[in-house]
Design a protein. Structure first.
Length: 249
């Protein structure tokens, strides 16, 4: 959620629950999952597109440029992830609907089709430049760090030979690196998609963050993101890698 006030021990419930701060316990729990349907659809399609397409793109790059050394393979992993991350922008409308439901109370009672009819599909691509700016370095850091840990730290010539614990360790390093690198761009993208900043451009929002909070403002919420998003990425990526290894065998 987008909060314009400073989070303190006295107002944390209001900042977290917003207009449901005075609701019953059941109402408070439900309010913690706004936009759940959009989030589920977006996450499934995103994971299938990026994580399913990255190995294909990696194989193409390695065969096209005849890369066999560890550094080259690591860079290919990162570059393939960056390409798929940039292509992920086609799924932006789903992400925008999820973000609006999570950050703007006026949109929570509206269904997706109504919002599309009122605003048009192109409005849901607002902030696409910042989405690409976030996805390219974020995906490069994710896949590149995972490959680097497997090749350099564990000395594996074939990443699919990694054990379950090695996959967990590599996924943990990649997830944290990805979230940290992408956080500044994600802060701006989220504010654009929330609809709470009018017609302000991304650069205008970024300038406002810099003026009000300084550089630290671009990393607002990075610790909660690492605590909540990283475990999901670690779990899903570890399972995906283990399944791919079994399929190859």
């Amino acid at each position: 959620m987008v909060n314009k006030v400073k989070l303190t021990p006295a107002n944390w419930q209001r900042a977290l629950l917003q207009d449901h701060a005075g609701s019953s316990l059941r109402g408070k729990l439900i309010s913690l999952f706004p936009g759940l349907g959009f989030a589920a659809i977006h996450k499934v399609t995103q994971r299938a597109f990026v994580w399913g397409g990255q190995p294909v793109m990696k194989e193409f790059l390695q065969s096209r440029y005849q890369i066999h050394d560890k550094i080259g393979k690591t860079l290919c992993d990162g570059l393939a992830g960056a390409v798929m991350g940039a292509g992920e922008v086609v799924l932006l409308p789903l992400n925008a609907l999820k973000t609006k439901a999570q950050t703007n109370a006026s949109h929570r009672s509206q269904d997706g089709l109504r919002m599309i009819r009122e605003r048009g599909i192109m409005k849901l691509y607002a902030g696409w430049q910042w989405t690409i700016a976030r996805n390219v370095p974020g995906s490069f850091a994710l896949f590149g760090t995972i490959a680097c840990v497997k090749h350099c730290a564990f000395g594996l010539s074939n990443p699919n030979e990694a054990t379950f614990l090695q996959n967990i360790a590599a996924s943990a390093a990649g997830s944290v690196a990805s979230i940290f690198v992408a956080c500044p761009f994600d802060v701006v993208k989220t504010r654009i998609q929330s609809g709470m900043f009018g017609e302000r451009t991304g650069m205008s929002i970024a300038a406002g963050i810099m003026q009000t909070h300084g550089m630290v403002g671009f990393f607002k919420g990075v610790c909660p993101k690492i605590a909540t998003v990283a475990p999901k990425m670690i779990f899903s990526f570890t399972i995906a890698q283990c399944l791919m290894s079994k399929i190859e065998q």
